[in-house]
Design a protein around this ligand. Structure first.
Ligand SMILES: C[S@@+](CC[C@H](N)C(=O)[O-])C[C@H]1O[C@@H](n2cnc3c(N)ncnc32)[C@H](O)[C@@H]1O
Length: 337
C-alpha cells in the first residue's frame, strides 16, 4: 500500500518550508508536553511538526476541509486500518468510464477535472457517505479523497479558477494517510479563531492568518463542497463557487487590523508567534496586505515585548503578481503577565 503524507498537498501559504524556523523560535520557551495552539492551521503541517517534537497541540481552521484533514492526521478516534486498506484498494479499482454522471461530475467535470475523473470522485464521495464507518474512518477516507482530487486538479494549485486548457483524464487514486502515534494529544476545532481564543489557554499561540483580500474559501471551494456534501445547487460564475459568506474571513477584509487586535487582546498564551510576509507593495491590489507592519508591531507591542526574526522564503503565487524581495517574518511576542 502506498501511503500519503501530510505534506502531499498543495496549499497557498503553507509553512512546509519554515517548520524548523518556527520551531527554533519557540524551542527556548517550550518543553515536552507544552501546549502549542495552531490557530490558523491550514494543512496542519505546523501542528504535525510540533506533535513530532513531543508537544500537545490545539488546531483550528475556519474551513471544514482543513478540520477533516486535521482529524484524519492527528484526531483520536477509532479506526480499523485493515478495513480502510480494503476500501481504498476497492475504490482504486473502480473504472470511471463505467460510472453514471453524478453531482460532482455535473458541476466540476470538464472544468477542474475530466468528466471521467469527476465521476469517480463523486461516486467515491457518495460511497463514503453511505458505508458503515466510524467517525474517524470517515475523516481518514475524506482526507484521502481530498488529497487525491487536489493532485489531479486542472488548476495552478488552488481552485480560484480552472485552467483554460481542458482537463485530461489523469485517474483518481487514493492513498491511506500515514497516521502516527504521537506522545502528545491534539484537540481539533473548526471555527472562527476570534471566537475560540477567549476559551483556550496555551503555552505558544501560533498565528498565521491570511493577510490579503484573497479568501481561502475561494481557493478551496471545490474541496470544501466535496467534504461537506450537502450538495448546494446555486453557484457563482464560471468558476462554480457555492454560496459561502459564512466561510469568508474577516482577515481578508478591511477590518483585519481590528479583528487581529481583538484576537491578540484575548489570547492567553505565554508566547505569541506571528507569521507575516511583506506582499504589501505587490502590484495586484488583491495581494496587498490588510495589516501593515506598523499596525502589527503596535498591536503586539501593546501585549508584550516583541522580537522580529527574518527568513528568506521562496513562496507560491499564481503568477499574476510580482513579489520582489519576498521576505517572511516571525514576530515573537512575550506577553507581559
Ligand atoms: C496562511 S493559511 C495557514 C497555513 C498553515 N500555517 C499551513 O502551514 O498549512 C491561513 C489559514 O487561515 C484560515 N482562516 C482564515 N480566517 C480564519 C478565521 N477567522 N478563523 C480560523 N481560520 C481562519 C484559512 O482557512 C487558512 O487555512
Amino acid at each position: 500500500m502506498d501511503y500519503l503524507e501530510i505534506s502531499n498537498r498543495r496549499y497557498t501559504g503553507s509553512k512546509k518550508a519554515l517548520l524548523n524556523d518556527i520551531y527554533e523560535s519557540i524551542a527556548p520557551y517550550c518543553k515536552q508536553g507544552s501546549i502549542f495552539a495552531d490557530l490558523f492551521a491550514g494543512t496542519g503541517i505546523v501542528s504535525h511538526f510540533m506533535l513530532k517534537k513531543g508537544m500537545n497541540v490545539i488546531t483550528n481552521d475556519i474551513l471544514r476541509s482543513n478540520y477533516i484533514a486535521h482529524q484524519a492526521w492527528f484526531g483520536h478516534g477509532n479506526f480499523d486500518i485493515k478495513k480502510l486498506e480494503v476500501l481504498i484498494s476497492e475504490f482504486n479499482l473502480i473504472h470511471s468510464d463505467d460510472l453514471s454522471d453524478n453531482y460532482f461530475s455535473d458541476i466540476y467535470g470538464g472544468k477542474y477535472f475530466s468528466i471521467s475523473d469527476a465521476k469517480k470522485i463523486g461516486y467515491i464521495r457518495e460511497r463514503i457517505a453511505n458505508i458503515r464507518l466510524t467517525e474517524h474512518e470517515r475523516y481518514i477516507l475524506l482526507a484521502s479523497l481530498m488529497y487525491a482530487a487536489d493532485k489531479i486538479a486542472n488548476t495552478v494549485g488552488h481552485f480560484e479558477h480552472f485552467l483554460s486548457t481542458p482537463p485530461i483524464k489523469k485517474g483518481v487514486f487514493l492513498k491511506l494517510p500515514l497516521t502516527e502515534d504521537f506522545a502528545g494529544k491534539a484537540v481539533v476545532y473548526n471555527m472562527d479563531t476570534n471566537k475560540l481564543a477567549p476559551n483556550i489557554t496555551c503555552d505558544v499561540a501560533y498565528i498565521d492568518p491570511p493577510y490579503n483580500a484573497r479568501q481561502y474559501i475561494n481557493f478551496y471551494h471545490v474541496l470544501e463542497n466535496l467534504v461537506r456534501w450537502n450538495k448546494p445547487t446555486e453557484f457563482e460564475g464560471i468558476s462554480m463557487k457555492f454560496k459561502r459568506n459564512e466561510l469568508k474571513s474577516d482577515y481578508s477584509r478591511s477590518k483585519a487590523p481590528t479583528v487581529f487586535k481583538d484576537l491578540i487582546d484575548n489570547l492567553r498564551a505565554k508566547l505569541i508567534v506571528v507569521s507575516y510576509n511583506n506582499t504589501y507593495s505587490a502590484r495586484s491590489s488583491a495581494s496587498n496586505n490588510k495589516i501593515s507592519e506598523n499596525q502589527l508591531m503596535n498591536i503586539l507591542s501593546s501585549k508584550g515585548s516583541v522580537k522580529i526574526k527574518e527568513i528568506d522564503h521562496k513562496f507560491f503565487n499564481s503568477g499574476k503578481t510580482s513579489f520582489k524581495n519576498h521576505k517572511e517574518f516571525l514576530y515573537i511576542c512575550k506577553p507581559i503577565t
